[in-house]
Design a protein around this ligand. Structure first.
Ligand code: COA
Length: 197
């Protein structure tokens, strides 16, 4: 998971193609209820902010087992809401959601085109910032669809590299990313000095 502070829109961020992915429907068997459901995948609008925030908080609650310094207040904070709103509305952002017949969001992906760090070669970079599929809906390729739509949009925008950050102990997500084709290239390390958590 990457979550950036949103800077004022620099020139670089203008003029990207907004995601043009048409809504698509798929039959799905809910693992909890055993019933068939029609799921709709579509690009998010501002109306989805509440649903995305709820899923994002679930993601944070889930990730805290890997990283005890995740801030569970962040999603609903002004910064968190501003970040999500920007990703939904700005041309450098990509947010796709999947909803069930009750109009509940069961999965989302947030990604963005990002500025090249000055120490990297001249190329175009994007980041897959967060993804979650509700447990009852996992293992049915919903995650794969979201990543594939995101990378298609990145290709349209001539992106060369898509990065992501994943907790080193999150084995299932690491397997998922590797299956799609992501490769490890960096390792983040932390030295704990204070005794807060
Ligand atoms: C990671 C996650 C998004 C995957 O979504 P999903 O819809 O279940 O994934 P898919 O069904 O598209 O899986 C595609 C492939 O990934 C691999 N994979 C997915 N989940 C896996 C798991 N729990 N264990 C091992 N491999 C897994 C499998 O190889 C799978 O292919 P297969 O079913 O043919 O074997 C989902 O498990 C999730 O929401 N996890 C919790 C949140 C999270 O950790 N997000 C990432 C934070 S950085």
């Amino acid at each position: 998971m990457y979550f950036y502070q949103i800077p004022p829109v620099p020139k670089f961020f203008k003029g990207f193609k907004r995601p043009q992915i048409k809504p698509s429907a798929a039959e799905f068997e809910n693992k909890k209820t055993g019933q068939k459901e029609k799921l709709i995948a579509r690009i998010a609008s501002k109306k989805d902010l509440k649903g995305i925030s709820e899923l994002n908080l679930k993601l944070f609650r889930d990730q805290i087992k890997f990283d005890p310094v995740m801030n569970l207040e962040w999603t609903r904070s002004r910064d968190g809401q501003k970040y999500l709103k920007h990703r939904i509305t700005r041309s450098d952002g990509f947010v796709e959601v999947i909803e069930n017949p009750k109009k509940n969001l069961v999965a989302y992906l947030v990604g963005a085109i990002v500025k090249r760090p000055p120490y990297r070669i001249k190329a175009n970079y994007a980041e897959l910032e967060s993804i979650i599929v509700e447990p009852a809906y996992r293992g049915a390729n919903l995650g794969t669809k979201l990543v594939s739509d995101f990378t298609s949009w990145c290709r349209q925008n001539k992106i060369d590299y898509v990065s992501l950050l994943v907790a080193s102990q999150n084995d299932s997500a690491i397997k998922f990313y590797k299956k799609i084709g992501f490769k490890e290239y960096d390792l983040t390390m932390r030295l704990k000095l204070a005794d807060k958590q």
